[in-house]
Structures are given as C-alpha cells and as structure tokens.
Design a protein around this ligand. Sequence first.
Ligand code: FES
Ligand SMILES: [Fe+2]
Length: 450
Amino acid sequence: MTAMTQTGRAPATDRPLAERPVVIGNEAYTSAAYAREEGDRLWPKVWQAACRVEEIEKVGDYVTYDIIDESIIVTRVAPDRIAAYYNACQHRGRRLTEGCGHAKRFACKFHGWKWDLDGQSVEIVRQDAWEGRLNRDDIPLKTVQVDTWGGWVFINMDPDCAPLRDYLEPAATMLDPFQLDRMRYRWRQWLYFPCNWKVAIEAFNEGYHVVGTHPQLTKYSAKATWSEARGIHGNFGSAAREGVGGASSGASGAADMREGLKHSINQIWEEVNATTTQTMVDVANRLEVELPEGTPAQQVQMHLMKRTIEEDAKRGVVWPQIDPAHIAAAGNDWHIFPNTVILQGPTFALCYRARPHGLDPDSCIFEVYTLELYPQGQEPRPDNLFKPDIDEASWRKVLCQDFSNMGAVQQGMKSRGFTGMRPSPEEERAITNFHRVLSEYMGRGAPVPM
Ligand code: FES
Ligand SMILES: [Fe+2]
C-alpha cells in the first residue's frame, strides 16, 4: 500500500510520469538538428493518417502524402484494397505524383516509364538499350505499410511496424463506438503556420487553456478538465464527465439548462462551426418551447439527445448507440500519437493534423477539418481550402483565438529566458505523455520530474 498525501493522492514519486509535475525542455520545438532527426527517428517509424478513405473512393484514385522530404502515393488498387508506395520513379527518381487525382497508371513525366496501380512496372521506354539487364519485374514501386481505421488511411514506412490496430489502442477501442468511419468531410482547411508542428497539435490536446484563451465559452462555469495518458496516446474531457462534445459540456452549471444548451450550442456552431450539427442547433433552439421551466438539467440533456436522434432519423441519419458511461470515459478529445487530434461526437468530429513544413522547426503545415454523418448520397465532398489569412471570416472566432497562441508560444520558447514547459499534472497529462513517448523515439528529451 502506498501512503497517501494530504490531497488523497499517491505521492508524486509513485505516480506515472504523466501525472507528475515535470519540466520539458524546448529542444523538440526549436532545434533544427532535432527537426532533422525526426525525419530519421520518428516519421519513418510511426503510423500516420495519410488521408480519409473517401478521398480514394474509386479504383485509381490517389492521394500524395508528403512528410518532410518523403512522399508517398496512397491509392485504391481494387474496390477492397488500398496500397501505398514511395513516390519515386525507379529510373532517375522523379516523383510520380503530386496532390490528388485519378490514374490508370503512374506514368513518370520525365522519360515516360509506367507502373500499374499494383506498383508493377508496365513500360520502360526503349527497354532494348539495357540489353536484357533491366527487367520490369525487378523495379516495382517500393511499398509502404498501409491500413485503415475509423475512415482514415494510415501509412507506416517501417516494414517491421506493429499492426495499426495495436498501435492505435486503446484509442481505437474507445473511439470505435463513435463510428467515425461512417462520417464524411463537411469542411477542410489548412495553412502554413509559423510554429513547430508540436506547438500546433498541443494547442488542441488539452482543455486547460479554455478559460484563458476562450473566456466567452465559460459563461456558465469555468470547470477544470481531466486529462489522461492512454498508452502512447492521450485524451481529455470536461471534469463533469458529461455531454457529447464541447457544446453541451459548455452549458454545465447553467441555472436554466434549456437556455444554457441553446446558448452554448449556438455559440459553438457560430464560433467553431464544428462539434455540433444543424440538427442539434435546431433542437436546442426549441428546448424552451418543448420543456417547462425548471426541468432538471439532466432531463434537458437527455431531451436534447432524444430529439436530435429523432430529427436526424427523419432525414436518414442513424446515430450510433453509445453507452453514456463510454461517452463520458472517452471525453471530448483524443491525441493520436504523433500528430492527429480528434474531437469526437456521435454524428460529428473535429480533427487536426500538424506536419513539419520541410526541415524548419519554426514552421508547420496545419490542417483542420470536420466530419459529419450524412444521409447516404448527400455527402458534400468539400475541397481542402488553403486559408492563409487568420481572420474570423476564414477560421471563426475560437480557432483564431487558438492561433493567437501558437505563434507566440513558438517565439517565447526560443527566448533565453524560457526555462522549460511545466504541464499541469492534472489537466495536461496528455502533453507530458506525448513527450514521454516522443523521447523514446528520439532518444532524448524525456520530461524531467520536478
Ligand atoms: S525519371 Fe522517371 S522515367 Fe526517367
Ligand atoms: Fe482552444
């Protein structure tokens, strides 16, 4: 038995690292050498979300996934089979694809060599010149590990990597009931951002910053959040362990929950344009008509869910059935190591992906997208829009508030006066755990207990 401290918790030295007060140095964010080494020690070893399955729906559809100076072609080779190849011509190395598109063959634009969707060489221009020394069988496109989960296509360059499912646990089991694989893009936007990719992803894997960064979202209460290390991943949620996504938990503490939910769900819809749906907004706007004054908060919550499920059913959107205890345990948000964040809901999700922008530690490619469950045949197929301007017309209020931190964090971390990060042992465990795992790949930089 471990002796308890006055707070009723085990002494810090007996707790897992993520739950301890630690200091984390700035090298992982600011060092050019570290950024280069990530290209050797991290990115070629981890499963990473390359695209959504819906982007390669038909045989021959492809997406080019770039990560630092590596590039991978992800393509559908058969109705039930996806493949991934290094994006390099076996003649003199030219990249075969860029962006996304549709191909019957991958044809090199330099001298015209061709490969079929299975990666087999099908044409070498004037092959006779090699006098039989160059055989098409010897130069297939080099494959990369590929698998799917939750509607994402993940790739891994390590031929000896663990299976995707094992890598994703326990996140996969916790998120499976949300049926993210049934959801489709509602909107997609991206920009280059002047901060390290970790600064960007860490702006979205904790709820501790809400009171400081988004004070308008704390009208009813500014409750603490919880955060947990989940294997190599992490999650956080509202301390009350309630609600379905950010909108409804924002109303906790409202004197009249009908008014509270109406306010917070409309606010989230307007200021984030995600983590709720038009159906839920419409139902929230009728709560004060459909329920008498004084209805207990939990009943209002349940009515909101029940009516939203009914209204969605009428338009052909069938909610997954998820045990409320599971919804609470899953929290609001998951960080999937290393660079994806998912805020899950029963018919929607808000997701982030951050990648290095070349080898510059001070720059990243930052993508934000929402998923939603649509009636079959009504999926909108939005383009991935480049939105370099940080203004509310482009990114809405809440994301602009988050963006206002990211560049400033990167700058501050480079200061001679910065002595390391000190994540909250309660509300930022996912961040400490991220650096614990990252340090294992990188061979240095582990959080140091205070
Ligand atoms: S480099 Fe591709 S055909 Fe020559
Ligand atoms: Fe935020």
